[in-house]
Design a protein around this ligand. Sequence first.
Ligand code: PMT
Length: 400
Amino acid sequence: MALKGKSILLGVSGGIAAYKSAELVRLFTKAGATVQVVMTANARQFITPLTLQVLSGQPVCTNLFDLEFESQIGHIQVARAAHLAVLAPATANLIAKLAAGIADDYLTTVLLATTAPVLVCPAMNTKMYENLATQKNLETLRTYGHHIVEPSEGTLACKEEGTGRLAELPEILEVAGRILTPATLKGKQVLVSSGPTWERFDPVRFISNPSSGKMGYAIAQVAARRSAKVHLVSGPVSIPAPRGTTLHRVTSAMEMHDLITRLAPQMDVIVMAAAVSDYRPAQMLPQKAKKVGSDLTITLQNNPDILAQLGRSKPQAKQQILVGFAAETENLIENATSKLKAKNLDFIVANNLTQSGSGFGCDTNQVRIIDRSGDSTELPCLLKEEVAERIWDRIERLFQ
Ligand code: PMT
């Protein structure tokens, strides 16, 4: 979404990780960006221009003195058209040239001519990366305002262990999206809850629900992309925390309650997407319950309603926006509206669980946003990331 309609200049230099640029082109184009690949001569030893040309659907720039392409001063047009230049992989040699302002081939010339932000993704042998010259050059690039996605650790192509592997491609995409997203939430502290809670009745068994965390994590991710300071309070899920968020792991509704009520007074926005269990077993058995042949009865007791409590204790000194979700299987609008009022929310995201492609576990969601003025807007079935963008657009309007 952040990359949709954007023009990415992908600079590929000559390291073994150059083969990964093919997948990077595919991911950028899948995200809706146009990719203009510029390759160094050494990069062509590792991957052919034809591969990247087919994947990007654009002619690949390699030769500064190409009579046909350069008849219109093509390299300057390429430099002007870019919204963002991504250098992946960026070798020690390319980084050094960039730091020194050298323009001796197509890629370095375009980089000197572009005013687009530059995202450098180093990949090289550990010793080369740790070399003082490379580190000084990277420091120089930071002073130019260039962004750097640090390489990761692991076994490198040269069989050495250490730092130098090209960062994971989804991470490069996320940082690119963040650079291209206006910082509309800068200075805001936000809390997003996500995932299920586990309510244990013995050391190995619990009552829960199928929340995967995808909806809440997307909300946290979009907020971080818009430069908010994000606290993500998450029940047990198996997806990684979005880059740039502070993850607080909790297990039960009581733990979630204690953490959220402690953090809440400092927050400008709280979005409760978590599927908090309304009940917990009244008793937690110290040992695994034995199968005795007869039925087992578990008495459940109420959990606190975290959101209702937040609605009752909104800070007086600051504007705090409170957003809830309503997961419903019937009477969507009526039930969501009564939760909106009972919990004193600014708006509620009514989630129809009976619709296919909506609710627990899937990548998409179909919701209706209902606010306290009575405005009720149904959104089409969208990716959870797109739903998150609509939610934040709405929150930003409330701040205005
Ligand atoms: O995680 P995914 O697989 O992506 O699924 C997304 C989702 C279906 C979990 C999400 O879209 C959603 O609907 N979340 C809210 C689920 C829920 O608990 O709804 P509810 O109608 O029971 O609760 C209403 C609101 O009160 C919610 O904001 C909930 O977080 C909050 N609540 C509920 C109970 C409780 N004890 N404390 C609360 O704060």
